[in-house]
Every structure is written in C-alpha cells, then in structure tokens.
Design a binder for this molecule. Structure first.
Ligand SMILES: [Zn+2]
Ligand SMILES: [Zn+2]
Length: 350
C-alpha cells in the first residue's frame, strides 16, 4: 500500500510503499477513503510546538519516532477485524475516532481516551489516514456517520469534536449569554457553527482579517470585531450583560489577554488554539472575579458520537471543505503553512 510519511522533521512528506497491515487482537483494518488535512499536521511535520518564552515542545517528547504516517481525520471502509474484535460492519464506511489512548488506564476505561496520560493517537503516535489502509485499535472507535457527506464527515473528528467539547465547557449558561470566539480560521468558523447548533444566540467573533468576517457572520456570528483595534476591549465590555465565555481558538498571548480581561464575574476562558505563547495571571483578581481558565483538547468518543448526531440532525451548519487527491497532501500542508487555504482540505484515496 501507499502512504505519505514524515521521514525527516521539517521536510516534505515522502511516498512509501509498504505491506498492508494485518488486524491483530481487537484491531480493525480500514481502507481509507477520505482523510482531512489538519493545520496541526503542519506543526507535527515541523517537529515541534512553540510553548512561548523561547521554549519548544518537540514531537520526539510526545512519543513520536520517524517515519510517521499522519492523518487523524480518517473515514474509511471496514475491511477486516482481528480475532478478539467485537463484530464489525464489514464493507460499511465509518468515521474513525482518532484520539485513542492506551486502552488500559482509568481514563481510557471511563471513556476519556483523550485524557489518557500515554496517548496513542491515530495519525500521531499510531499510523493514520495518510495511507491507503490503517489499523483502528478497537471496534468502539468506529462511528457510524450515515447521512453525512463523506467529504465533510472527516472534519467532525477533529475540528468538530474539538469545538464541541470546548463549547460544552461553557455550560451551564443561558442561551443569550455572550460568547466570544477568538479567531475565524477553520477552527473558529467551526466553533461559531457549533455554538449556533447548541443554541447560543449571542456570539462575538474577534478576527484581525476582515476577509474572514462574512464567513463568520454567515455561520451565525452576531458581532464581529478586529481584536487589534484600540477599542476592541471597549467593544467587548459594551456587550449587554458582559461576556460569559471565551473560546480561544488561537491561543496566543494577545487573544488570551483580551479574552481574560473581557470576562464578566464568574466567566470562563477556554483555550483550545495552539498558536503558542504565555501570559502572566494575577491571582487576586482571578479569585475576586471568580473566573475559570480551562484548557480543552479534542474530545471523547462519546462526544464525537454527539457531534455526528448533531450533524445528522441538520442543525450544524456546514463549514467549507474541498477535496484533493491523496498525492497532494504534502503540497496542501505547504499551502496551509503559508495561509493560502480557505476552509478545509480533505484528501481522497482512490
Ligand atoms: Zn486536527
Ligand atoms: Zn489510557
């Protein structure tokens, strides 16, 4: 089978020809049909994330050894299962939950694979969907996405799940409480669509590029502003009733500072974006304002089932996706790196 692999950090992916894997134990073999090309793969290919203050987090510290087959937004046809697998729907197309853990620890056993201390994510520590075939560790990670366009369903496994899990961390709140979304890139637009689908009526989007404003408005943003404008803090302060929650899909020093300052008493700041940086936090006002700072990272298998159900119900507005052949994955990562991609690219295996 063909796969597109990182063979050297910071270099284009290389095409490899390798043996088709065989399902052992509880594993399930899937023939990949579509796989979303995620912006985080740009960072993984580079080999590190920027932690701010000159510190870097290298992929080698994350249990990654080269060569790596990325691709954590796969959808494919179930081909075979190992001898210890639960029954699987051979021949059916399934969305694959990629944030798999060790399968043994307390977090994995309670269904919070994404909180496993020794993650074995598909497309990161385990081979992913930038290959014609891949192994899924257990049948419970196969998610029936009948009724959803297969060129769109893959993005639900990453940006859909990520924004859903982050939005749920804002609860409980009233549907009219103001929620601020930092960034209107792929993740930010999905967050707006997700908040709308979950019934939030007042959504303010902070985005420095005005070309992205119409898409944010079309998906349901009720107020759009430039976070670099001098009056941005005043605009957020003027939102009726104050800001209950901030979903920071950028995760930079500037967005965190603006977002935290904007919170009303009791409010919640949820950081999701991995742009990088750090901020000083004064503890006395944090206590006196009773604010919460939370991180959110992808989501659980159950949450992905809920996202798929939301998409199947028709309530989740579709964010733009485009399809490309699998042999363009590395070139598309280059385009993502230089900011040329509007919406999401999904690779197609023939
Ligand atoms: Zn992703
Ligand atoms: Zn685990």
């Amino acid at each position: 089978m063909i796969s597109y692999d990182i063979t050297e950090w910071g270099k284009p992916l290389q095409q490899s020809l390798r043996e088709q894997p065989v399902a052992q134990g509880t594993e399930v073999l899937v023939r990949v049909k579509y796989c979303g090309i995620c912006h985080s793969d740009v960072h993984i290919r580079e080999g590190y994330f920027d932690l701010g203050g000159g510190k870097k987090f290298h992929m080698s510290e994350r249990g990654m050894k080269l060569p790596v087959t990325m691709g954590h937004e796969p959808l494919g046809t179930v081909v075979a299962a190992g001898p210890e697998s639960a029954p699987v729907p051979i021949g059916q197309d399934m969305l694959i939950y990629p944030w798999t853990g060790c399968g043994q620890c307390a977090r994995c056993l309670e269904g919070m694979d994404n909180w496993c201390p020794t993650p074995r994510f598909l497309g990161i520590q385990r081979p992913g969907g930038y290959a014609q075939y891949m192994l899924v560790p257990d049948a419970r990670y196969l998610i029936d996405c009948t009724g959803i366009d297969p060129t769109y369903a893959p993005v639900l496994a990453c940006s859909g799940l990520t924004t859903y899990s982050a939005a749920r961390k804002l609860l409980p709140c009233a549907p009219t409480d103001w929620i601020v979304v930092m960034g209107a890139g792929g993740l930010g637009l999905m967050a707006v669509a997700m908040l709308r689908a979950l019934g939030h009526a007042n959504i303010a989007v902070c985005e420095i590029d005005p070309q992205k404003w119409p898409a944010a408005r079309a998906l349901g943003a009720t107020h759009v502003l430039d976070p670099s404008a001098a009056d941005a803090p005043a605009q957020l302060a003027a939102l009726a009733g104050g800001v209950w929650g901030v979903l920071d899909l950028v995760g930079a020093q500037s967005t965190a500072s603006l977002g935290l300052a904007a919170l009303r008493k009791g409010g919640r700041y949820v950081v999701v974006g991995l742009y990088g940086g750090e901020i000083p936090v004064s503890l006395v006002p944090m206590a006196q304002r009773a604010i919460s700072i939370m991180g959110s990272y992808v989501g659980s298998p159950q949450e992905l089932r809920e996202v798929v159900a939301l998409a199947q119900s028709g309530r989740l507005a579709r964010t733009p996706t485009e399809v490309c052949p699998a042999n363009q994955i590395s070139a598309q990562l280059d385009r993502l790196q230089s900011g040329q991609v509007v919406g999401r690219m999904v690779a197609r295996w023939d």
